[in-house]
Design a protein around this ligand. Sequence first.
Ligand code: COA
Length: 383
Amino acid sequence: MREVVVIGAGMTKFGELWNKSIRDIFVEAALKAIEDAGVDYIDSMYIGSMSPGLFTEQEHIGALMADYLGITPVPATRVESACASGGAAFRQAFLEVASGASNIVLAGGVEKMTDAEDVTAALATAADQEYEVYQGITFPGLYALIARAHMHQYGTTRKQLAEVAVKNHRNGAKNPNAQFGFEVTLENVVNSTMVADPLRLLDCSPVTDGAAAVIVASAEVAKNIKKDFVRVIASAQASDTIALHSRESFTKLGSVVKAAEKAYRMAGIKPKDVNLVEVHDCFTIAEIVVSEDLGFFEKGKGGEAVEQGLTSIEGGKIPINTSGGLKSKGHPVGATGIAQIIEVYEQLLGKSGARQVKNARIGMTQNMGGSGASCVIHILEVK
Ligand code: COA
């Protein structure tokens, strides 16, 4: 396999972008990434998008975006893996460059969710329709079951869930692209509107419009284009049962454990070598469970870790979600995996301003679909 690097990045602000269409926001992010990379061509393009058909009644967005970007006949493919669509698109770009089939590939993600009539129902199509959704459960409901099981099994507390939201909003307040870039207190979280017991409004990622794009290139080609780039030292993906009830445990995400094992092996590193990680905190409990399943904390200790400040930028053992995470930055589902890559890319290049992690050299992204049926992990390194 050839060495693969990231040489440019661009994203829109996340939020309710009511005056822009899905094509406008994708093209905005893609042009920013192309300009940042300083390339004058791309060989192909992958676009993560969970459900443009249900959210905006527009399918076939690979060709649509190539057309509006003015780059036809470049091959352009939509990649779908629910909320892990962005991570999966990045992985396709990585594999295409690593294989030698292409030298420069754009990996993007886009979702325009706020126009949809019933976002909750559209999102729920990523769960098991027959065994879960037809019985009335939604994603907040599924993650509430995970939260209850974790609280019961490990003594995770309501306050510890809230600490995740407080930390992520603190980080997001320093991110100009964040949808909800303001701080919240523990009291705000525990008194916010109940969504699915024990998860409240401020435990949930929001409904978001947004797009993000990065330029992936072979290291050989990149050397002639840019001085500062970041190496992709691992790309791994795994799946699990789509229905929560089919799993051995509600409190362990098997796809995360498997993908992490593969990623650490490919990169030749251990969890202690990672300087920062962007995880898929679609709900506060997800960050706690994932921080354990990635091997940063012993099983059951993720809640204590956030409470003790071990995941904060300010002196934490492993800063988690420096961007503000899905909670504060927003979660335009198909774009999320790419936005995670952008945060790590910028952190490793020392471009993260007020939320910079000092001496960051290795960063990880963990993007998942549904209640963890798909998981994509990448590890990036700067020399
Ligand atoms: N965090 C912080 N504030 C939020 C928020 C969130 N997640 N979601 C909405 N808000 C704010 C809104 O800005 C609004 O504020 P305002 O009254 O000052 O204008 C207020 O809360 C109510 O917003 P509204 O859009 O009416 O909320 P809602 O009840 O329709 O939706 C959720 C709230 C939590 C149900 C919705 O955001 C949701 O479904 N989130 C989960 C998305 C999801 O499942 N993603 C996939 C994960 S696998």
